[in-house]
Design a protein around this ligand. Structure first.
Ligand code: BG6
Length: 296
């Protein structure tokens, strides 16, 4: 049995012999679907998400780079739109590789995407005139979905950036969700004047939530999402120190034209692995590598 693969209509689709599947748009290298072997969708995607390249995708896994939010006071990124340009750029598909670790029932596939200063649109280049290349890999196994990024500074000056995998996880009922792995960690509360606070216990979502955690236990310690006490996702990070927890709740969802259905906030939680508190500084010739693995 082989990986069933297609590359057409500006998207890449792969289905494992065991039935799990993933769909990635070249626009933003945005993962828009991840299904388990029973065909059950694991990611949340808005019914009104634009998939035609006219706007960043509302749902799935948009990639935030090189700025998280906007940074008007940070000169190198001050001209960039919210969350940067990676999620609005067309990426190149570089190829696929599949591997079997313990026979066909354990086949996995890795799909590679590229974006560099050579392929960026001119308008973006003038807003962020650095020389760089990025390889973004999406790996599907029967047990997990991983996304990893390698960012290389090919220029002659240092590059400051932020990066974030803005994952919209699908849940059944937000009121039953608890997020663990963030205990005793500091976070910036973006819905309370960006105050720094300390988390005690598990996180429950009871209103608009927009927090940047820097987990005390470090990246390899999983952040877990449980619903009615049962773990439905675990997220393990590699070299991504921060975790954003976001749910727009009623008013914010109502204000987003591409967020449908309006009560869809009850069906999603964003657990976003990244490095967004402060800047990563990359010297000429150096590369940064970061990854997340989501298991269900
Ligand atoms: C989150 C931010 O990562 O993304 C939020 O913490 C933001 O502040 C959200 O509202 C969605 O951003 P956008 O640009 O996709 O609407």
């Amino acid at each position: 049995p082989q990986v069933n693969f297609s590359h057409a209509n500006s998207r890449v689709t792969a289905v494992l012999p065991t039935g799990e599947s993933v769909v990635i748009l070249l626009y933003g290298a945005t993962v828009i679907s991840w299904k388990n072997r029973f065909g059950m969708e694991k990611l949340w995607l808005s019914d009104a998400a634009k998939l035609d390249g006219s706007k960043a995708v509302r749902g799935g896994i948009p990639l935030v780079f090189p700025v998280f939010g906007t940074a008007p006071d940070h000169a190198p990124t001050s001209k960039l739109p919210q969350h940067g340009f990676a999620r609005n750029s067309r990426w190149e598909f570089l190829g696929k590789s599949s591997s079997e670790s313990a026979g066909p029932s354990d086949t996995s596939v890795k799909l590679d995407f590229g974006l560099s200063s050579n392929t960026l649109e001119d308008g973006v280049k003038s807003q962020w005139p650095y020389t760089f290349s990025i390889i973004y890999s999406v790996t599907l196994t029967p047990e997990s979905l991983s996304t990893s990024i390698v960012i290389t500074n090919d220029g002659a000056e240092p590059i400051d950036f932020q990066v974030l995998m803005h994952t919209y996880l699908r849940v059944n009922d937000i009121s039953q969700i608890q997020v663990t792995g963030l205990e005793d960690s500091e976070y910036v509360d973006k819905v309370d004047a960006a105050k720094t606070k300390s988390q005690s216990g598990a996180v429950a979502i009871t209103g608009e939530t927009d927090r940047v955690y820097t987990p005390a236990k470090g990246p390899s310690n999983a952040v877990a999402v449980a619903e009615e006490g049962e773990t439905i996702f675990t997220v393990v990070r590699d070299n991504l120190k921060d975790v954003v927890v976001w749910n727009p709740w009623t008013e914010k969802a109502a204000g987003m034209g591409d967020f449908e259905p309006k009560d869809g906030f009850k069906k999603m939680i964003c657990i976003e692995a990244g490095s967004v508190n402060g800047w990563v500084s990359l010297d000429p010739g150096d590369a940064f590598e970061g990854a997340q693995t989501i298991s269900d």
